[in-house]
Design a protein around this ligand. Structure first.
Ligand SMILES: [Zn+2]
Ligand SMILES: [Zn+2]
Length: 247
């Protein structure tokens, strides 16, 4: 289980004296001590800038506007979304964050996501009532030991005071790996993969949290389950997404 998100600041610093925090870009102990990323490494991560897809937030090519290629082809269930980094600039760190136990990167990633969320809150996104991490299956959770989306959500929550409600969404089936599937196959693969629970808490405006956005099939499946349980608005924020491939 991860411990970073809930640790108080003094406890964090003590831990970092023993186990120096590693940099999400170079993976070496962060210099200077106490920072979340080496200042010299920060420039490697490319932030998504305008123009971005008006639906999913993916970086568009210079001079493009409106929707990305995937959003022109697919009708999405989620309302809209945004993302912090371009995938290729952040891929190495995200891999270690997800599969190599580098949960400590979540502090930096979460801070960047909280900043992005705050930039958007005054505009079309509004302030969500709750953060919902995209769940992984019980099987995968047992194997990996943690859900990286929950680590991100808890860090964002710590900085924005928007509560995390992980219990409202559950992954009920483990799906086939989707790497080589078309967007339509992905959507089909994920039908019925998620179940929402709205009995204990009012599902009003929800911000889904995940590490990577690809075609949106996962977000759509989550949004579908949440809307069926009465959610009014489902948007998302992810750490990274690919760049629009154009036509
Ligand atoms: Zn570094
Ligand atoms: Zn898009």
């Amino acid at each position: 289980m991860h411990i970073y998100g809930k640790m108080a600041a003094p406890a964090r610093l003590c831990r970092e004296l023993v186990f120096p925090r590693r940099c999400p870009v170079c993976d070496r102990p962060v210099q200077p001590f106490g920072a979340l990323i080496c200042p010299s490494c920060e420039g490697v991560l490319q932030r998504v800038q305008a123009p971005a897809c008006s639906r999913c937030g993916k970086q568009l090519g210079l001079g493009a506007q409106g929707l990305c290629r995937d959003c022109r082809k697919l009708s999405h269930v989620f309302e809209r979304g945004c993302t912090v980094f371009t995938y290729h600039s952040a891929a190495g760190g995200i891999f270690r964050f997800k599969y190599k136990g580098r949960q400590e990167y979540g502090a930096y990633y979460g801070r960047c996501m909280a900043q992005k969320l705050c930039e958007n809150v005054g505009g079309v996104f509004g302030r969500p009532d709750m953060l919902v991490p995209v769940p992984v299956s019980a099987q995968r959770l047992q194997k990996r030991g943690y859900n990286q989306a929950l680590i991100l959500a808890e860090e964002i929550s710590r900085l924005t005071a928007i509560p995390v409600c992980e219990k409202v969404l559950r992954r009920v089936t483990d799906t086939l790996p989707m790497k080589n599937m078309t967007p339509a196959e992905r959507q089909n693969n994920l039908k019925k993969a998620f179940q929402a629970f709205g009995n204990d808490v009012e599902l009003n405006s929800i911000m889904l949290i995940d590490d990577i956005y690809t075609t949106g099939a996962t977000m759509d499946a989550c949004a579908h389950a949440l809307y069926r349980q009465g959610a009014r608005r489902v948007c998302f924020i992810t750490l990274a997404a690919g760049v629009d491939s154009g036509y």
